[in-house]
Design a protein around this ligand. Sequence first.
Ligand SMILES: *Cc1c(COP(=O)(O)O)cnc(C)c1O
Length: 424
Amino acid sequence: MATSTRVGRDPASAMSETAADLIGRERTFGARNYDPLPVVLARGEGSWLADVDGRRYLDLMSAYSAVSFGHGHPRIVGALIAQAQQLGVTSRAYHNDELPFLFERLTQLTGLDRVLPANGGAEAVETAIKAARKWGHKIKGIADGRAEIIGCHGNFHGRTITATALSTEPQYRDGFGPFPTGLSTVPYGDADALAKAITPRTAAFLVEPIQGEAGIVLPPPGYLARCLQICRERHVLMIVDEVQTGLGRTGRFLACQHEDVKPDGVILGKALGGGLLPVSAFVATNDVMQVFHPGDHGSTFGGNPLAAAVAMAALDVLQDEHLIERSAELGAWLLGELQDLRSDLVRDVRGRGLFVGIEVAGEKNAARPVVDRLLARGILSKDTHGTVVRIAPPLNIPRDDLEWAVGEIRAVFRELERDVKRAA
Ligand SMILES: *Cc1c(COP(=O)(O)O)cnc(C)c1O
């Protein structure tokens, strides 16, 4: 799609009957566990989306990195259709002729030994936690039922009870207990705190290389390498949750590879499904994976041939279109441009690769007006943690589209500054 027909109307006020009707139905019949922006999407192609009224939006969110290759990438869609016509779902009661290739590919890309496939990210996190606990009991020799997992303040590992139990966000936990025990957290970015928290009962340290949901929070340089060293010294597994940061998002295949960290286990998801399906995986060393025996753990849909074919196509696109290098280069440019915003309303701009957060000065929902104004200008972004605008476009976004978006972001901050001055 060309980038010429851009509109500056307020989508909420210009909303058609159809859009209002669809939003009404969703609100009437759906659980209210989300509060979506008032836009009803109907089509997508590359970095562009269109709503039910044909209004177009540049996607700077990529479904939280699930759409890293853009919407409807022809090669990934082609793989999906071809495989769907061949064989879709078999369960792991049988072998299939796609999954072995995905396994092999993921071990090559991560430098790890074995893969356990799942669907959503939270499931793969759950798999990692089960693996770590069992490793603690069976290999490390922790008394049965006593293994502990250490996570980080501000973490996000999904919405299962275990991930919720590990969360430090009160809203994520409120009313959902009782929670499993054997979970604790330490400040993110503080390796000494990790060293202090480890006990003989600690099985694993679970960490995001960059905290996405927490607001694109980067730990100090050297943090991950230091954590790995501590974990090695204390016979503790280091498991890195790369569900959001993996597959080139930060300019390396894995974000932990920026520090040459090879952990004991890596969790992948989101982009692994090529923007079309939920595909996730826990990838780990032989030392960890030896704990699983037939019947210990599984998933009906995990590793199905359709998912494997789509994931392979996604990894092919990542490699053949040089998207990791592209993320590094375009991301460095984007970060520079945004750091140049020079607005009193911008408290901080941080990120790595095409994974950037703009922290907006002000109240706890300060990012929302920026997101709303970008939406009105035909740009989809998302506030996270109240004050941070998340910018994470598809890795193959055309450079001129991103340049246009930077101009619009600049204009939005000028507009907001003017409003603040007027109000003062
Ligand atoms: C999104 C996310 C998850 C959960 O993935 P789902 O597919 O939503 O279950 C886990 N960890 C991280 C770091 C994530 O960003």
